[in-house]
Design a protein around this ligand. Structure first.
Ligand SMILES: Cc1cc2nc3c(=O)[nH]c(=O)nc-3n(C[C@H](O)[C@H](O)[C@H](O)COP(=O)(O)OP(=O)(O)OC[C@H]3O[C@@H](n4cnc5c(N)ncnc54)[C@H](O)[C@@H]3O)c2cc1C
Length: 294
């Protein structure tokens, strides 16, 4: 019997594992090994490792965890979970069975992109989601945003802090006259025809529509978050209207004995945020082992 099982070994899960390893409580990490940023060549905004590759960060993190004998890291993924607080039963895709008193979910999310040929292939290179993580490297160069999200206009306004040469290929619902006027005033170039493809070239990306071909240094887009709803449904955790697992300030879910951390619990997605929530979830799981004997 493990004291805590952490499901997911991205930055949230491994931050939880580090904290629990230091408590010496017997901890299992089950990791499918597909962190959300696996396509990215360089990761930014992580203090002391700004610009490191996600692969390097993952290897360093697993090295840190390996120093703690209480933590057992398994490259395997959870297929099914049953039970209750103090007695969770886990079945993995490789057919292993485990038991744990507490669970920390750190499953991350998956991204569904617009169905534009080339977009998925260039994700993490010339195609990115987060201005804070990737716009600095492209500052003062022609940039684009392709989106059908209701947040597209807000993101375009943010991107103007990094470039004055911004084209928004808007693929969403009809804009209001006021929104058009605001875009026109701001100098953002609005294009509403559909993007047919994106192709890398000349250290940037060519955006092809029916009528034009435009070069940008980088292109931002807004994915739809796909949640790991099956496992969460098996546990019965409460969800927010947009599908994130609802947690309290210490990352406890609505189900006793189940904590959650990382991208699956918040729409604010960054390594530092996921790490902090993993640390909190681990501390809360540890405290519940100490103080909640029921
Ligand atoms: C293109 C892109 C670029 C980004 N760039 C940056 C950046 O520069 N800086 C920054 O701070 N953030 C960046 N991010 C955001 C960052 O990657 C995420 O915030 C972070 O990875 C979230 O960590 P997590 O641990 O919650 O989830 P993940 O990192 O997604 O880890 C989840 C882990 O859980 C595992 N898992 C899933 N289901 C199971 C299961 N059933 N059983 C076992 N394991 C399972 C997965 O295989 C994976 O290893 C970027 C994201 C993307 C998509």
């Amino acid at each position: 019997m493990f004291e805590v099982a952490i499901i997911g070994g991205g930055v949230a899960g491994l931050s939880a594992a580090l904290q629990l390893g230091r408590t010496r409580r017997k901890t299992l990490v089950l990791d499918g090994g597909s962190p959300r940023n696996r396509h990215v060549s360089h990761s930014h905004g992580w203090l002391t490792r700004d610009g490191a590759s996600p692969a390097e960060l993952g290897a360093l993190a697993r090295q840190d965890i390996a120093a703690y004998p209480a933590v057992h890291y398994q490259q395997d993924s959870l297929a099914q979970v049953t039970g209750h607080n103090n007695a969770w039963e886990l079945l993995t895709h490789k057919g292993a069975h485990y038991q744990a008193k507490r669970l920390v979910l750190a499953l991350g999310i998956r991204d569904e992109l617009l169905p534009i040929p080339g977009l998925q292939e260039r994700l993490g290179q010339e195609v990115q989601f987060c201005p804070y993580c990737h716009a600095y490297e492209w500052q003062d160069q022609p940039l684009g945003s392709v989106s059908k999200s209701p947040h597209a206009l807000m993101k375009a306004a943010l991107l103007q802090d990094w470039t004055q040469d911004l084209t928004l290929w808007y693929q969403g619902d009809q804009l209001t006259p006021q929104e058009r006027e605001a875009l026109s005033q701001s100098g953002i170039k609005l294009r509403e025809e559909s993007v047919q493809s994106v192709t890398p070239g000349e250290a940037g990306l060519w955006i092809q529509t029916e009528t034009e071909r435009v070069w940008v240094k980088g292109l931002f887009t807004d994915p739809v978050a796909i949640h790991q709803s099956e496992l969460v449904a098996q546990l019965g955790c409460a969800l927010s209207p947009d599908g994130f697992v609802v947690v309290d300030p210490f990352q406890a879910t609505s189900v006793p004995g189940v904590f959650a951390a990382g991208d699956m619990t918040t729409p604010m997605h960054a390594l530092s945020v996921a790490s902090a929530s993993g640390t909190l979830a681990a501390s809360a799981a540890h405290r519940s082992l100490v103080f909640d004997k029921t």
